[in-house]
Design a protein around this ligand. Structure first.
Ligand code: ZN
Length: 294
């Protein structure tokens, strides 16, 4: 078993905001760099009054937070880092209330941090296409997520899930369960020629005409598995997702559901290397195309 990253490890590695900023500078720009302005190479020095580093030769500034979720935030960097730690060590998700309590920020700030991190997790996780010739079967299935809205009316959102066995899951909110929506998503995310297993729902019945090897189990007739045709993998993802949404968040609006889906995708897709999740979030910050100078 890989060693788990404990809360002590977290505070040893990131004892304060300064350590977090140094980390960002190091992974995004390197300790030594060629100055984009004067072209000389050197070790940029931390400025006292700005979260920035300056060129030892010409004084040009590099702001390592530019282009990250922290860029326009007044929340201290260490709190952001701790929130990322929480997102990677939870099983069922992190509620805004819990972030508020643990970070000591307002509910509004906690809510915003949660959503920024969910969007960021989606970027880190990426959306590689699933299945294809010689690759494992892709299972596709619809789920109805949500429950009652604030007035108590039924308010479920349709989600299409696709998972390559032993591989990644992809989930997307779709406007309704009509065939055209289901097929459009599958064609976008599953390679032509892939084997696809589904239940016998109507929207999946046209898959063969789009160049997929499609097989369905007849859930109505209580047929769950036929040879290697089944939807058990995606069903187990739905179980994790529903436990998280219903247990942790209680109620998630259709408008924001996709962000929660990204969060659960991220953890599921890294399930075999849970110890790497945090580091991956800490390393992946895309570099801004041009560092802001001032
Ligand atoms: Zn310079």
């Amino acid at each position: 078993m890989p060693k788990t990253f404990t809360i002590q490890d977290f505070f040893a590695r990131f004892p304060d905001d300064q350590a977090c900023l140094d980390h960002l500078m190091k992974v995004r720009f390197g300790e030594f760099q060629t100055c984009p302005k004067c072209g000389k190479e050197g070790r940029f020095a931390r400025l006292k009054k700005l979260p920035a580093y300056s060129c030892p030769w010409c004084g040009h500034h590099i702001h390592p937070m530019v282009g990250t979720p922290f860029e326009r935030s007044s929340t201290p960097l260490q709190k952001w880092f701790y929130a990322m730690y929480m997102f990677t060590t939870t099983r069922n998700g992190v509620a805004a209330k819990e972030l508020q309590r643990q970070l000591g920020v307002t509910y509004k700030t906690a809510w915003r941090i949660g959503h920024e991190l969910r969007k960021y997790m989606a970027i880190v996780d990426g959306d590689d296409m699933l299945g294809g010739y010689g690759r494992p079967i892709v299972e596709a299935d619809k789920a109805f997520i949500g429950g009652k809205d604030k007035r108590g009316a039924d308010d479920k959102t349709v989600v299409l899930g696709m998972v390559e066995r032993k591989g990644d899951v992809l989930t997307r909110v779709i406007p309704n369960r009509r065939s055209e929506n289901v097929i459009r998503m599958i064609r976008k995310y599953v390679r032509e020629g892939a084997r696809i297993a589904t239940d016998d729902g109507r929207p999946f019945m046209d898959l063969k005409s789009w160049g997929y090897y499609h097989e369905a189990v007849n859930h109505l007739a209580k047929e769950w598995v036929r040879d290697d045709t089944h939807t058990n993998t995606i069903e187990s993802f739905w179980a994790i997702l529903k436990r998280g949404i219903n247990g942790t968040h209680i109620w998630v609006s259709a408008k924001h559901l996709q962000k929660y889906l990204w969060e659960f995708e991220f953890r599921y897709n890294l399930r075999k290397q849970p110890h790497l999740m945090f580091d991956l979030l800490l390393l992946a910050f895309p570099r801004p195309s041009r560092a802001r100078g001032d």
